[in-house]
Design a protein around this ligand. Sequence first.
Ligand code: NI
Ligand code: MN
Length: 228
Amino acid sequence: MTTELTWLGHGSWAIKTGDHAILLDPFLNDSPTSPVKADAVEADYILVSHGHFDHVADVASIANRTGATVLASYEISTWFETQHGVKNTVGMNLGGGIDLPFGRVKMTVAHHSSQLPDGAYGGNPAGFVLTLPDGTIYFACDTALFADMQLIGQGGIDLAVLPIGDLFTMGPADSIAAINLIQPRRVAPAHYNTWPPIEQDAGKWAERVRANTQAEPVVLDPGGKIIL
Ligand code: NI
Ligand code: MN
């Protein structure tokens, strides 16, 4: 089996593992950096970390076109069902996991906020750990640095995906501290360079990762891929 991740810009990822297509936080049509539009992606499952527009924008249209199952906080999954007619949802909450045909999805703590675009309450923001046959991925999603990242790392993380944009999430300096708590084998940055307020120099970030952590940095352009 192979598992391939494609960065779709911002916090959006496409994961192909075996025969399964998974999307995380698809924000495509209105993203200045997405290499694809929402009508061109495939999905069996869509993971949603929190309610902000730059994470939920294209979820309903993709789910309603493909029949994909949406995994999100209980509040967000209910919102997609009742407000957007999404048929297949799994409501989760922090610390909970579910075994699916492609592997296990666990919802982890994130320190952020989660109001939905229409003002509805989105529950708590989250990250995800995906335990796949080819390895384990931790998507921190939109979050500040927190010391319990060390606990998440204790299970062994092959690839951590961390925000580095600053302003709305942790920035480069805190991401170095996060890497040293998580101790992943490889680390990829996300949630940066979408708009001027979250511009970062990913090359410089990679140098800091190499100098200050044991992890191997993987910097992608939108559309770039990582083989797990
Ligand atoms: Ni957010
Ligand atoms: Mn965001």
